[in-house]
Design a protein around this ligand. Structure first.
Ligand code: F0G
Length: 461
């Protein structure tokens, strides 16, 4: 019998390269290139895909089926969506701690506080090291391993370093972290030490450490794993993919997130644009980036653009010289991914808002009272939503998902000070108290049942 030969053309495969983000440059490099910035113009790099034939319904089905699998890649809430991040060769080793898989939580109390009908939190604090950085670190470290790198480094306001330390240890690499001395929350510093990173506290702020690290990358050849690393951005994209799967592929009206170095916003926007290209979403949600008042260079850029009646893209970002906020995770004056974020805010018809220290503290306590909890930077989301609802930018009945970026236990000192009424914020050398409006201070009693009973009676009134 004559053998039939399949004449079907080979399926159109996705191709991948590194591309300079700057529109006037757009230089391309092989995906194995390890330079942190574009060698031609110094711009940020991005992973660029020419998507092959991908059937969106088949993808959704495959991702769902993988939930039953025990393959380590399928147990990861990042690599389960690997068709969205296809930059590694199939034989590559994946360094995973079962990241992602974070819940989408309904929060009626927080919704009421913001005067909304409904509000949901995508809680990245459920990650292995307690922040959204793990989504990007599994991809960043896996790429470092694929490239044969041995030493990986970052500067950090705390969460990146905790995550880098954990994933480097898992992958058998040496982690070097530079952190601003005395400005990193206790939980995060403790993690970096425990996971064995070389932890260098520098007498400067985040922006100062960034300048130092840039030189180390050039002069000492360490592999940079800050969010300028395009492979980290790829992992953080899956926060959005997982969110949409949890929403049954119905895009919300708004996705709200805190803004610091602005890597996460660029990852979210890239994810949304690519999901639209792949027909995984039928409409584009709007991004709302919330910054702390004392560290709000992006917000200021939008204000200037409005005042000068210009497009934000026509302006340059003016760094905030001495950023101040108790939300140390987002205490950044010169965010490196601001141009990428401008692009994503434009692509999603997004907005940028700022919130005060008191607003962050109150919102954080309300998220706590919702039984959820988060670290201060994450609470900027609820504070921002409340403001945006009050100013009619977000409507009361809009579908909103806020991304809580870090776990409550990251910054216990802040929590205790707030509830004990001692939280204060220093402005121009002067201490300004933060009111403990939702405070829940501990009560001390002698070791005697009657006094505890009296407290119970008083508490039930
Ligand atoms: N929320 C938390 C809890 C963070 O740790 C960070 C950033 C952000 C929000 C802001 O995200 O920088 O992508 O805009 N933390 C970095 C760090 C800077 O070093 O851990 P971004």
């Amino acid at each position: 019998m004559k053998k039939t030969v399949s004449r079907r053309p080979a399926a159109n495969k996705t191709t991948v390269s590194l591309r300079c983000f700057e529109e006037k440059c757009r230089a391309r490099y092989p995906i194995t290139d390890a330079k942190p910035f574009c060698p031609a113009c110094g711009g940020l790099l991005e992973v660029h895909y020419e998507w092959g034939d991908l059937d969106p319904e088949a993808l959704k089905q495959r991702w769902r089926t993988r939930k039953m699998s025990t393959d380590p890649r399928d147990l990861s809430g990042v690599w389960r969506f690997r068709e969205m991040i296809p930059f590694l060769p199939p034989e590559a080793r994946i360094v995973t701690l079962r990241e992602g898989n974070t819940p989408l939580l309904d929060a009626p109390r927080s919704a009421a506080y913001a005067d909304m009908d409904r509000l949901r939190f995508k809680h990245q604090g459920f990650n292995p090291t307690g922040s959204f950085k793990d989504n990007g670190m599994t991809t960043g470290i896996s790429q470092a391993v694929a490239l044969g790198r041995k030493v990986v480094a970052c500067v950090s306001t705390g969460n990146t370093s905790a995550s880098l330390a954990a994933y480097a240890a898992t992958g058998g690499l040496q982690a070097v972290i530079l952190i601003p001395a005395g400005q990193v929350a206790t939980g995060k510093l403790a993690q970096a030490l425990e996971y064995g990173a070389l932890t260098i506290q520098v007498e400067t702020n985040f922006d100062g450490t960034w300048k130092l690290l840039s030189r180390l990358v050039e002069e000492a050849g360490v592999y940079l794993l800050n969010s300028v690393n395009p492979f980290r951005v790829e992992g953080q994209k899956t926060i959005i993919v997982e969110m949409m799967e949890q929403l049954e592929w119905q895009a919300p009206d708004w996705i709200v997130l805190p803004g610091g170095n602005l890597g996460n916003c660029s990852a979210f926007g890239k994810a949304l644009r690519e999901m639209r290209q792949l027909k995984l979403l039928d409409r584009m949600p709007r991004l709302a980036v919330i910054q702390a008042e004392g560290a709000a260079p992006l917000y200021q850029l939008f204000q200037r653009a409005a005042a000068e009646k210009k497009a934000p893209q026509e302006l340059s970002l003016c760094p905030v010289e001495n950023p101040t906020t108790l939300a140390t995770a987002i205490k950044i004056g010169a965010p490196v991914s601001w141009k990428k974020t401008l692009q994503e805010i434009e692509a999603t018809r997004g907005v940028c808002e700022k919130v005060s220290e008191q607003e962050i503290a109150d919102a954080k306590a309300v998220i706590g009272r919702s039984g959820i909890g988060c670290e201060p930077a994450s609470a900027a989301t609820l504070a921002g939503i409340r403001k945006l609802v009050a100013s009619n930018v977000i409507r009361k009945n809009d579908q909103v998902v806020a991304v809580l970026t870090g776990n409550l236990m990251k910054d216990p000192d802040y929590v205790l000070a707030y509830h004990q009424g001692t939280l204060a914020f220093s402005v121009a050398g002067k201490q300004r108290p933060i009111e403990s409006r939702f405070g829940n201070p501990p009560v001390s009693v002698p070791a005697d049942v009657e006094s505890i009973k009296r407290l119970l009676v008083a508490g039930s009134k």
